[in-house]
Design a protein around this ligand. Structure first.
Ligand code: PMP
Ligand code: GLN
Length: 386
């Protein structure tokens, strides 16, 4: 009756922790979303489009002005030269982009290399597409892969590798040498790379996101996925991008046309306007989030937590064991939300096998007052659970 992949598949950890946060009236540092409503001029552009523009089906691959704006943005920020007509497809969020990539590029029995911790949408979608996952396990504090790990994971049957950088939940950015290593394996094994780069604009300390598609040999074999929801900090705006060479884009668009066909036109207009006219945002936003990261880090360290480096994303991680807390991440998160009224995400939820159980993810995309209040409560949680 029900497909085995979806039979008894639990509700995502993000929805579950947000539900518990509501139930307990807790501060929600779990699911990743800013408490700010996003840049007003971009929302105004979308509002204008809703009232004055067309509310009928836009073109299937996205309106030409948005595709041009996406190509322009990636040209300015990542040195990519993209043809907006043949290499850009607009989707309903990165989630739809991932589904379109897996459905159109995986044939039953193809092996797909994925790195744990992994974003929870990947495995069910890969399996539903008939892919056979080959998992590479990354470990804190660096969460890096090695040549030996790739040698063990890649085979003649490997068709695809899925890379998420900056990595949710680990909050690390893959260094250039690691990207070059992965590119070498992709070329050698004739593999397609699906690169989930939704956090590309949220990197700190002057770092610059380097897309794998820009590495030698990768231009024709990479699908780069972006999310306007993350670019502009409006996570409810499900507008995503698929960037790929024309041969791949034809397949991706063929899948997209039967998943959603298109995306609300006013949101697409808002994103196009924002990419063209609200460019200072891409400097201001990470600088402001970096301040929030530093504030939460300092508060948690003063409260006795061991905080892992956060190089990007809205998240930082704490190491429970190193912080003197004896319970595992799931127990910590359950007790923290119920007894201390702070919701967090257990990082073991991002593992399909052999989970890391001593790391908890916290979202710092919040006001100073919210972060300070959360630090007080988390300090009490540490004292109680140590
Ligand atoms: N991939 C990753 C790694 C994410 O963190 C998220 C959401 N935060 C998504 C994909 C989904 O993005 P969207 O909301 O645009 O579907
Ligand atoms: N990506 C967000 C996070 O990591 C959550 C997305 C969702 O709730 N589906 O928190």
């Amino acid at each position: 009756m029900v497909h085995p992949v979806f039979d008894n598949l639990p509700t995502t950890i993000f929805e579950r922790m947000s539900g518990l946060a509501r139930q307990h009236g807790a501060i929600n540092l779990g699911q990743g979303f800013p408490d700010d409503q996003g840049p007003l001029p971009v929302r105004e552009a979308a509002a204008r489009a809703l009232i004055e523009g067309s509310n009928q089906y836009p073109p299937m691959r996205g309106p030409p002005e948005l595709r041009a704006a996406v190509a322009g943005h990636y040209g300015r920020t990542q040195d990519l030269q993209l043809d907006p007509d043949t290499e850009v497809t607009v989707t309903s969020g990165a989630t739809e982009a991932l589904a379109a990539a897996f459905l159109s590029l995986i044939a039953p029995g193809d092996e797909v290399v994925l790195f744990q911790p992994l974003y929870d949408a990947y495995l069910p979608l890969v399996r539903r597409a008939g892919g056979v996952p080959k998992l590479v396990r990354l470990s804190p504090p660096h969460w890096r892969f090695t040549r030996a790990m790739l040698e063990a994971a890649f085979s003649d049957k490997t068709r695809m590798v899925v890379l998420n950088s900056p990595l949710n939940p680990a909050a690390v950015v893959a260094p250039e040498e690691d990207l070059a290593l992965l590119a070498e394996f992709c070329v050698r094994h004739d593999v397609i790379a699906v690169c989930d780069e939704v956090w590309e604009a949220v990197v700190f300390d002057g770092a610059r996101h380097r897309p794998l598609i820009g590495f030698p040999g990768m231009r024709e074999r990479t699908v780069k996925i972006g999310s306007a929801g993350k670019l502009f900090g409006m996570t409810g705006w499900k507008v995503g991008f698929l960037i790929a060479a024309p041969r791949l884009t034809r397949a991706l668009a063929a899948a997209h046309q039967f998943l959603t066909f298109t995306t609300p036109p006013n949101l697409q207009a808002g994103v196009a306007w924002g990419l063209e006219h609200h460019r200072a945002w891409f400097d201001d936003m990470p600088a402001s989030l970096q301040r929030s990261r530093d504030r939460l880090t300092a508060g948690l360290r003063a409260a006795g937590y061991v905080v892992l480096d956060s190089q990007g994303t809205y998240f930082l991680n704490v190491d429970l064991a190193a912080s003197g807390i004896a319970v595992d991440d799931v127990t910590f998160c359950e007790r923290c939300v119920a007894e201390f009224e702070v919701a967090a995400i257990p990082v073991s939820a991002f593992f399909a096998e052999d989970p890391v159980r001593n790391v908890v993810r916290l979202c710092f995309a919040k006001s100073d007052a919210t972060l300070d209040e959360a630090v007080g409560r988390l300090g009490a949680a540490r004292t109680a659970l140590a």
